[in-house]
Design a protein around this ligand. Structure first.
Ligand code: ATP
Ligand code: RIB
Length: 316
C-alpha cells in the first residue's frame, strides 16, 4: 500500500442550519450551533484513512480543546496525527458554516494556526515527504507553503494532487507544473482558467477547453467534480488526450459540506491502492454522495464498508 501525506488545514466547524442564507444586513435566528471536526486537509485525510490507506497529516493547530477534537476524529478514521505542529500562540482554525434547507453552505474560515505553517516547517519534515508516495495539497494554508511543498514533492518524484480550494486571488501558474492531478470543482476551474465551464446561454460545456489550458500549464491529469452532475476526468500523458465522465449517484442532499473532500480522499486512496482510474472515480463518487446525504464534514465521511454496500443509483 502506498503512503499518502496530506499537507493542509484543520478546522473546527461551527455549523448553523437555517432555512435560507441571510441577505446582506439581515439577521436570522437559529436554535443551535454544532461543533464538528472539519478543515479541507483533515477531511481529506479522514476520507483516505477511512478507505484503509496509510495516511499522515501535516498541519498546524493551537494548544486548545478544538485541536483535541480534531485529533480524535482523525485517529478514529485511522490517520497518523503524530506530525501535527502545535502553535501555542495561535488558535486552531475555525470555520463558520451556514447550511440552508437545500443542503448548500456558505463558509468563512478563520485561519488561526493554519496560517502559521511555513516552508521551514515543510523542510523540517522533509523525511515525511521522502517516505510517502503521494502528496495531497489544498489552499487553506499559506500559498508559499503550498508552492514549496509541491515543488519539493515533485523534485522527490512523488505524485502530487492539488485541490485548488479556495482559489487565491492570484494563482501562481508555476504551481501547475509540480502537480500531477488537479482536482477543482466547476467554479474553481472557471476561476483558474478564466473560461466559463458551462455556457450560461446555450448550456454548452467548455470542459475540454479548460482541460487543454490545464495541460498546457504542465499538469497531465484533471479531475473536475461537478456536484450533482458528477465528475469529469481528462488525462494527457503522452500526447493522446483521454476523457471520461461519470454521473453522480442519486441522493437527497442534506449538507454538501466536505463532498469534495470526501471525493478527493477516496480518489487518492483508491489510486494509492493501484485501482483502475474509472473504479477510483466510481468509488469516490459513491463516497461523496453518501457524505452529501449526511450532516457535517468529517462525521459525514462513510467507511469503505458503507461505500461498498451503497446501492444509490447513478443519475443521467
Ligand atoms: P464542497 O466544497 O461542498 O465540499 P465541492 O464543490 O468541492 O464540494 P462538488 O463538485 O459539489 O464538490 O461535489 C463533489 C462530488 O460529490 C461530486 O462530483 C459528486 O460525486 C458528489 N456530489 C456532490 N453533490 C451531490 C449531489 N447533490 N448528489 C449526488 N452527488 C453529489
Ligand atoms: O471543504 C469543507 C471544509 O471547508 C469544511 O470542513 C471547513 O472547515 C472548510 O475548510
Amino acid at each position: 500500500m502506498k503512503k499518502i501525506l496530506v499537507i493542509e488545514s484543520l478546522n473546527l466547524d461551527m455549523v448553523t442550519n437555517v432555512d435560507h442564507m441571510p441577505a446582506v444586513g439581515e439577521t436570522i435566528l437559529c436554535p443551535s450551533m454544532q461543533l464538528i471536526p472539519g478543515g479541507k486537509g483533515a477531511n481529506q485525510a479522514c476520507a483516505a484513512a477511512s478507505l484503509g490507506a496509510d495516511t499522515t497529516i501535516l498541519g498546524a493547530v493551537g494548544a486548545d480543546s478544538y485541536a483535541e477534537l480534531l485529533k480524535e476524529s482523525l485517529c478514529r478514521a485511522g490517520a497518523d496525527v503524530s506530525h501535527l505542529i502545535v502553535r501555542p500562540d495561535q488558535n486552531t482554525g475555525v470555520a463558520l458554516i451556514t447550511v440552508n434547507r437545500d443542503g448548500d453552505n456558505s463558509i468563512v474560515v478563520v485561519s488561526g494556526a493554519n496560517a502559521a505553517i511555513h516552508p521551514e516547517d515543510i523542510e523540517k519534515n522533509r523525511p515525511l515527504l521522502e517516505a510517502c508516495d503521494m502528496v495531497v495539497l489544498q489552499m487553506e494554508i499559506p500559498l508559499e507553503t503550498v508552492l514549496y511543498s509541491a515543488r519539493l514533492a515533485k523534485q522527490l518524484g512523488k505524485t502530487v494532487l492539488l485541490d485548488p480550494a479556495p482559489v487565491p486571488k492570484v494563482f501562481p501558474k508555476e504551481l501547475l507544473q509540480y502537480v500531477d492531478i488537479l482536482k477543482p470543482n466547476e467554479t474553481e476551474l472557471s476561476m483558474l482558467t478564466g473560461i466559463d465551464i458551462t455556457d450560461k446561454d446555450t448550456g454548452e460545456s467548455h470542459l475540454e477547453e479548460a482541460a487543454a489550458w490545464v495541460h498546457s500549464h504542465g499538469c497531465p491529469h484533471l479531475v473536475v467534480t461537478l456536484g450533482e452532475k458528477g465528475v469529469y476526468l481528462h488525462s494527457d500523458v503522452d500526447g493522446t488526450p483521454e476523457n471520461c465522465r461519470i454521473p453522480a449517484r442519486k441522493v437527497h442532499a442534506v449538507d454538501t459540506t466536505a463532498a469534495g473532500d470526501t471525493f478527493t480522499g477516496y480518489f487518492v486512496a483508491c489510486m494509492a491502492a493501484g485501482r483502475p482510474e474509472e473504479e477510483c472515480l466510481d468509488l469516490a463518487s459513491r463516497a461523496a454522495a453518501i457524505a452529501v446525504s449526511r450532516p457535517g464534514a468529517a462525521p459525514s465521511i462513510p467507511t469503505m464498508d458503507e461505500v461498498q454496500r451503497c446501492t444509490l443509483r447513478r443519475g443521467e
